[in-house]
Design a protein around this ligand. Sequence first.
Ligand code: HEM
Length: 526
Amino acid sequence: MKAAMSLVGSQGIISVTEILIASAVFCLTFMVIRSFRQQIPKGLKRLSGPRGYPLIGNVLELGSNPHLILTQMSQKYGDVMQIQIGTRPVLVLSGLDTIKQALVKQGEVFMGRPDLYSFHNIGDGQSLTFSTDSGEVWRARRKLAQNALKTFSVSPSPNSSSTCLLEEHVSKEADYLVRKFLQLMEEEKRFDPYRYMVVSVTNVICAMCFGKRYNHDDQELLSMVNLSNEFGEVAASGNPADFIPVLQYLPSRAMKIFKDLNKKFDSFVQKIVKEHYSSFDKDNIRDITDSLIEHCQEKKVDEPANIQLSDQKIVNIVNDLFGAGFDTVTTALSWSLMYLVTYPEIQKKIHEELDQTIGRERRPRLSDRPMLLYTEAFILEMFRHSSFLPFTIPHCTTRDTVLNGYFIPKDLCVFVNQWQVNHDEKLWKDPSTFNPERFLSAEGTEVNRAESEKVMMFGLGKRKCIGESIGRWEVFLFLTTLLQQLEFSVCDGEKADITPQYGLTMKHKRCEHFQIKERFEVKKSG
Ligand code: HEM
């Protein structure tokens, strides 16, 4: 019996009694450590939150929709609360004013990234987005990526009538997409748009970086897209080693999948960078790196070599932009189509606005954006209602500080609940209703800026998304080009399910029952 109740360890047999003693010692140590809680300066409040279990903390309560549970908890414990995930304390921020106070007013203090085990495995620990570095070298690299993005997007287009490269590439890709949808409709009578949109959005980034475009059936690209989706699923279930550090030394299936996915993703990017190195705009990057090296020397930062141009550096930049850019924009477009087929009356209003403002003679341009108020309001409502990035990427504090009277220690991991802000009853009337008109002035003649600025989707402050403008432009141009020519619906008897499935980016259930009707063909010259 004793033999049956024992485990075989690498050193031999461990009895159940030994396991029980070890657990008791662990729990006792845990309680003793807790009783020596950090002293906080006089006059400041101690962070509070739900009580957790030893070792696992509040993990069980968070369940499969942590953004909803943390929103509920914030109603009890307030905008600044502390939970425990595994053995790691986590500060959870809610409420737009509190989040602005932290990420904007105290930007330098809340700009860090926590030292999570998973983050070490992304981009070899050199990722702009996930590495723990937030000093001068990180600043220089962020600037480099921002400048690269700017060059690839807003530079004038040399060989087309478009106003800039981004407009040229998105218009072209959206046109391919229209033709592909029409072909699928003819051949199969129904289709899943996600599978094609993801290739089009990826093509925009590839075109901007290397002038490469993939066919909609390219197996290499599709397998990379599947990898990225798997990655999202693994990341959504959370990596226990991030929150119970001792687990990183034990073999784990989740961690193996995570590492494999990262390796494959890196080698995919490495391969396209190698193939297209000659067409990469290295001169521009070299100018930027030179000025950054000067900047680092001025600031007396030790590691200017870290930002010197190399193949690996280009791979890293592309990796950062690629990884962050294609999944978010595709997800935004995919949610947009789901809302359009769920609310056909809203789709009709967008069609009417496009007909009146642009008509049939030419394609939509970025410069149409200020005139297409209802479309703009629809996109804002899609971001708010779906809140498909429920949290920002985790932050961490760079020094001790005070927020809303609470003492916040250095190196505390911080979750920012964007979903809570976008569904806060104090900020929004009927937050669960999908209503683009909430963003229009009473006369419908302008977008209400104060309302639109309350939507939180790109983070705030020093770590705010560097692709925000590009992301918004891409969503606008893809949608208007598709909707100018097509009307979307789902097959009779089918319904689009808009229940979000929790993840790093929350997706809806894939829908294979999309149908389209061609409205009219736009003259080619536009
Ligand atoms: C609809 C589209 C997009 C959404 C909703 C979005 C949202 C976000 C969010 C929430 C963050 C985290 C902010 C934080 O940690 O506080 C982020 C970071 C980032 N995004 Fe985006 N993003 C989008 C598109 C893009 C695009 C198109 C690019 C580049 C091509 C991009 C590049 C980045 C990068 C590099 C970071 C990391 C910044 C840093 O850590 O300093 N994003 N984004």
